[in-house]
Write a protein that binds this ligand. Structure first.
Ligand code: ADP
Ligand code: MG
Length: 560
């Protein structure tokens, strides 16, 4: 496979150049898209992934699938990056973005076969991408941050196909309330202030939006008040235990008197710490480290509620929500460092089944907070797999509703924007000179892959659906898409299938970036073996399409 002079390369490295390199990369990238296409849309299928340790993930979520798949072909990785970017920028539309990237690669292959130079393809694709972004922006409809109906439709569209259907209305309204509460003064959404927590047991319908911060923590001592009002909260980045130097003194304890003195020294060290906490006026202590039993007794006597070994993420969130400044040294503690919660209450979530053990989980809710918009979406569900998938759906939903609120622009779903883009590009192609024109046409064709796949996955005749949809759009019905349940072509806004503009623009940007990056490569020099063939066996025989997918075998061997 290696050819040309290889002066500087070691024996182990491999080199693939020119057309071979390009087609290997195109195939690898395309194969990634092929793997996830059956999951697209409300009628898309789920995939079950099993890793080497036997852990199972069942999902319909594009980015989750790709991340779990353990792909190690560099060009395939670039396509996976499309999904990762999409997830980071909008939180939804990952499958669509990857399908577009796959189609762009596949159509580029055909052009290359016809001897169109990669540079022309890249230029045509770039040109087309700009046109499409304009088309999407023109096509977009405005949405106001208080338009609950449309926002709930957006939330619901992102949830379809992800096991959340039965409780879609409930979950959508929770997501919208949560996001609306998290809008900052400048109009952006503080998505971090919306937290999703899952609790086994009950059904999805029992899920709810909790106004405040909810943690699975309990007071260290039974005698501490478990619920209270008007609490000044200390977030303490240390422990309330006997310090190391005193423990070291143990070795020198000889007589009973020594022991007595030792215990007293310990206790006075602890009560010093407690005094500092009480002097500052704290009612609630949330500590990073442990809290000694004696110290806990003192705190309980003083009517303070204390929580120990609270994870960093929780302390950070609580600090932000209560307005507390985290304190590492009690000597420096003042009342100014304390945060505030209007209510701290215990909440027992019943009938839990944690890994088949019936249980009650005691949680603590910090409510009536000075920081607005802090809320927790509490998800319930019977099994871990269901909960995980519902959580992914809810998180996607939070992303799209936030994007819609921030940008104030939405598009119809169900393939409508793709068909509109495709038509616009075919028209645009006429005005493009030379070979670039073919690339613009190829781009137009690539956009049909999304709607085609939506129709296919719903069990409908894809060709009919495409022809009909194109005709309707040609006649000016811009918002017409395919209803995945009935195969009817309907106005997607009326059907309630709505997506934020950003889902589609980000998908175009990142798909084009990946496709053009892959197209520009004409030389692959690798330290390891990227080719298919000799390493089939150790890959578990998962194989894959010909042309360089050898590296993809590892994680996919277990995919069903
Ligand atoms: P992605 O990872 O791209 O979000 P999805 O599986 O969520 O993949 O599918 C998204 C596609 O499904 C979008 O084109 C969206 O408009 C479409 N879609 C969602 N709900 C419906 C519906 N009820 N009818 C038709 N299309 C829908
Ligand atoms: Mg989606």
């Amino acid at each position: 496979m290696a050819d040309g002079p290889m002066v500087v390369l070691s024996d182990e490295s491999q080199r693939t150049s020119g057309e071979d390199a390009r087609s290997m990369n195109l195939e690898a990238g395309r194969a990634v898209a092929e793997t996830i296409r059956t999951t697209l849309g409300p009628r898309g299928m789920d995939k079950m992934l099993v890793d080497q340790g036997g852990n199972v993930v069942i999902t319909n979520d594009g980015v989750t699938l790709l991340e779990e798949m353990d792909v190690d072909h560099p060009a395939a990785d670039m396509v996976i990056d499309v999904a990762t970017t999409q997830e980071a920028e909008v939180g939804d539309g990952t499958t669509s973005a990857v399908i577009l990237a796959g189609a762009l690669l596949s159509n580029a292959e055909d052009l290359l076969d016809d001897d169109i130079h990669p540079t022309s393809i890249v230029a045509g694709y770039r040109h087309a991408a700009e046109t499409v972004i304009d088309v999407f922006e023109d096509m977009a409809t405005e949405v106001e941050p208080d338009d609950i109906d449309v926002l709930e439709q957006i939330a619901g569209t992102a949830m379809t196909g992800k096991g959340a259907e039965t409780a879609k209305d409930l979950l959508s309204s929770m997501v919208v309330s949560a996001v609306q509460a998290a809008v900052r003064d400048d109009g952006t959404v503080d998505q971090d202030s919306v937290v999703v927590r899952q609790f086994y047991g009950g059904s999805i319908d029992d899920s709810e939006f909790v106004d405040g911060v909810l943690f699975d923590i309990e007071p260290v001592n039974q005698n501490m008040p478990r619920s209270r009002e008007d609490a000044d909260v200390l977030i303490y980045e240390g422990d309330i235990e006997v310090s190391k130097t005193n423990v070291g003194a143990e070795a020198t304890v000889g007589s009973m008197d020594d022991l007595q003195g030792f215990v007293e020294r310990e206790q006075s060290e602890l009560s010093d710490k407690i005094d500092k906490i009480l002097d500052a006026g704290a009612d609630v202590v949330v500590a990073d480290g442990g809290i000694d039993e004696y110290a806990a007794d003192l705190l309980a006597e003083a009517g303070v509620t204390a929580y120990r070994r609270v994870e960093d993420e929780k302390r950070q969130r609580l600090a932000q929500a209560t307005g507390a400044e985290r304190v590492g040294d009690l000597d420096l503690l003042t009342a100014d460092h304390l945060g505030y919660a209007g209510s701290v209450s215990e909440r027992v979530i019943r009938d839990m089944t944690v890994r088949r053990q019936a249980d009650h989980e005691s949680t603590t809710v910090f409510g009536d907070l000075p920081t607005e918009g802090v809320g927790t979406i509490l998800l319930r569900g019977g099994t871990e797999h269901v909960l995980d998938e519902v959580e992914r759906a809810v998180v996607d939903s939070i992303g799209v509703v936030s994007a819609a609120v921030e940008d104030g622009a939405v598009l119809p779903g169900g393939g409508a924007p793709e068909i509109e883009a495709s038509l616009a590009l075919r028209e645009e192609a006429d005005s493009v000179e030379g070979r670039e024109q073919l690339a613009v046409e190829a781009f137009a064709e690539s956009f049909e892959d999304g709607p085609r796949t939506l129709a296919e996955n719903a069990g409908h005749d894809a060709i009919d659906a495409l022809v009909d949809m194109t005709a309707r759009h040609d006649a000016g019905d811009v918002n017409v898409g395919i209803d995945a349940d009935t195969a009817d072509l309907v106005d997607m806004f009326e059907d309630g299938v709505v997506e934020p503009l950003r889902v589609k623009t980000t998908a175009v940007d990142s798909a084009v970036d990946a496709a053009t990056m892959i197209l520009r490569i004409d030389d692959v020099i690798s330290a390891g073996d990227l080719s298919v063939g000799d390493d089939e066996e150790e890959d578990g025989g998962a194989g894959g399409p010909p042309g360089g997918m050898g590296g993809m075998g590892g994680g996919m061997g277990g995919m069903m």
